[in-house]
Design a protein. Sequence first.
Length: 443
Amino acid sequence: MRLSRYFLPVLKENPAEAQIVSHRLMLRAGMIKQSAAGIYSWLPLGLKVLKNIEKIVHEEQEKAGHMAMLMPTIQSADLWRESGRYDDYGEEMLRFKDRHGRDMLFTPTAEELITDIFRGHVNSYKDLPLTMYQIQWKFRDERRPRFGVMRGREFYMKDGYNFDLTKEDALHAYNRHLVSYLRTYERMGLQAIPMRADSGPIGGDDTHEFLVLAETGESEVFYDSAVTDLSFGGRDINFDDVKECQSILEEFTTKYARTDETHDEALFREVPEERRKVARGIEVGQIFYFGTKYSEALGAMVQNVDGKKVPVHMGSHGIGVSRLVGAIIEASHDDKGIIWPEGVTPYHCGIVNLKQGDAEADAACESLYNQLRNAGLEPLYDDRNERAGGKFATMDLIGLPWRLTVGPRGLKNGVIELAGRKTGVSEEMTPEAAIQKVIARYR
Ligand code: 5CA
């Protein structure tokens, strides 16, 4: 992509309405634009990151054996009356009528609809286990939408649902989700700590939230600092292996880590004092096991081995896809701007032409641009007629991990500059060496 043709409405000044750094930087870097309270348009740069996060979520879900599907954003109220949640959900649910006067709603989550699909088609234990998920827009009419995409009213969420014959099988699905979420967040450059939580309007007893520690987080959390030493480390997992998933769950959830809703001061005191931490975190996902709550309410039954009809055991599992864009920025930025982890960066590297219009510099940039693209990467080439300082400031703000800087002076010596956004370290090298180095980072 060439910056001269790109829609990147960067802001020089800090927008007054933004209270936290990720919101500020998303607005300043031209990633989003507010349309109404808690409702945003995703501009080209923001959409790129959102799609990259979505892709990682899809890939990790498929690895865990879960199937992607898509349900509508608009649902009829009938199913929600059957489950009893039409009344329970309260003002967070956006309700309206269609032209025939039927009660409709914008989906805040989809337990009812998926259970309806299930009960219409699955009758036997032989069709279990089954886990399906979608990545779809949700709407919750939050009392206090704030912090940009962190607490939106309209937001993008992965929601997955497992159907199992027994509690034991459903708990394996729960564990499997926990493990796959650890992989998912790690690929985004995040440490997200599973913490025992409260199930809220979803219901059920077993639930963990995944929290990214950040001062600006909305949740107060209590944990044993030893949990921050745990690292998943890209382990390969056999997701069908019940013992393996169980042991990873134990590894990551045995030490004390709880949100304020489930915090137990007496238990917490058993953690050695120097390891007892009280901090804030951003909730980027939550998993639930709620047993037969929805299957009983909606009559989702299967025949078991003995030919008896039994309600299926279920759980649901969410990832805040749009919230993650903000969470990643909270975890990775400096005073100049965003620092994208390589796993989610909107462009793999930037190319800065220090002297646009200089025949040699232009030719060298074009050549870099083409070679990187031919290697399957997406560079963002700043080919605008602007001063170098402005170009650097834009690149720092939008946070691409690598920057190639090309100018007439360096080219005379056969070199360009390769700079890392995170380290700030820059090195001179031949264009070929720089290309190879960038390609190697993404292999
Ligand atoms: N049905 C379950 C699991 S699929 C569910 O809805 N879970 S949830 O309520 O915990 O939402 C899942 C994730 O969506 C949360 O962990 C959070 O990361 C994200 N999320 C929830 N509300 C918002 C919001 N208002 N704005 C942005 N993200 C949100």
